[in-house]
Design a protein around this ligand. Structure first.
Ligand code: C2E
Ligand code: CA
Ligand code: CA
Ligand code: CA
Length: 279
């Protein structure tokens, strides 16, 4: 089946009840996808002001399948994790995002940061730190221009080990963002100890936002919490002007969503930066 419209792409979604034979085929396809160069990244911009300059980009993975066309990450990240392939794929994502950042820096666009998503498996990989450090070195990038996004539930799993990994990443100088915030079960005590820089309010809260609804109260509470902990607060999934106005008034530092920009090809993203940085 093909789902149209989402992100402006036509995504292929492997059937949830694909039989064992089909599953095996997908796994085989995934195995060769890297060496055949079937992955690419799209970039979604983040803004602090609706008409302001681009504050940052989130790199999002796409798989150009030779038969099925574009496959959404939600459809293959799980398989990539179960098979362990997420480690080489994740390393590729990091390298490609950094290569791209370096290229745009060279064009004079320097006042923005790149965010890369980490899967739980990468986060648990003892080589993670080395991979991040060498990738930054390879592209001669200062660590603070990179933000690693880990979901709240990933950061919550095995809290002591997670804290140690997060501290090591922070020691490198790379920034940490807690993604899908509000969907996990962080204790406030644990949150306080997290060496994080940013907190991303989960799209679920933004979707149902009404001025006087429960989600509005939750969003305000998250913003207040983030303020207290000195975290940058980003709202994602912003699709309407009403949501944008509420989130800005609530005190979010940055907004991300289809309203201000969909995930874009590198060409389109560069064009967006050109327009926004004209001043
Ligand atoms: P995420 O990290 O929470 O990323 C945000 C998702 O929301 C993206 O979906 C993005 O395209 C979508 N989105 C952005 N703005 C809006 C909006 O206004 N409305 C709606 N409805 N959706 C919006 P995408 O690209 O399909 O990625 C889905 C998930 O796949 C990501 O969720 C992330 O968990 C994972 N993912 C994507 N790229 C990577 C990657 O390179 N590595 C890993 N480990 N995971 C990735
Ligand atoms: Ca993310
Ligand atoms: Ca998210
Ligand atoms: Ca998510």
């Amino acid at each position: 089946t093909k789902r149209s419209g989402r992100n402006g792409y036509h995504f292929f979604e492997p059937s949830m009840n694909a039989n064992a034979q089909q599953q095996l085929q997908w796994l085989q396809d995934l195995r060769v996808a890297l060496e055949r160069g079937q992955f690419r990244l799209v970039y979604q911009p983040k803004f602090s002001l609706p008409a302001g300059p681009v504050l940052g980009a989130e790199a999002l993975l796409r798989w150009e399948h030779p038969v099925h066309g574009l496959v959404a990450p939600d459809q293959f990240i799980g398989l990539a994790e179960r098979s362990g392939l997420i480690l080489p794929i994740g390393a590729w994502v990091l390298d490609e995002a950094c290569r791209q950042m370096r290229e745009w820096f060279a064009l004079g666009y320097v006042d923005w940061t790149m965010s890369v998503n980490l899967s739980a498996l990468q986060f648990a990989d003892p080589h993670l730190l080395e991979v991040v450090r060498t990738t930054l070195e390879r592209h001669q990038l200062p660590p603070p221009c990179l933000t690693l996004e880990v979901t709240e539930s990933t950061a919550m799993h095995d809290t002591e080990a997670s804290l140690q990994t997060l501290r090591q990443i922070a020691d490198l100088g790379v920034e940490i963002s807690i993604d899908d915030f509000g969907t996990g079960y962080s204790s406030l005590l644990y949150l306080k100890r997290l060496p994080a820089n940013e907190l991303k309010i989960d799209r679920g809260f933004v979707r149902e936002l009404r001025q006087d609804g429960e989600d509005a109260a939750i969003v305000s509470a998250i913003v207040a919490l983030g303020r207290t902990l000195n975290l940058r607060i980003v709202a994602e999934g912003v699709e309407t002007v009403e949501q944008q106005d509420f989130l800005t008034a609530a005190g979010c530092d940055a907004l991300q969503g289809y309203l201000m920009g969909r995930p874009m090809t590198p060409e389109l993203f560069l064009q967006t930066m050109r327009e926004r940085h004209k001043s």
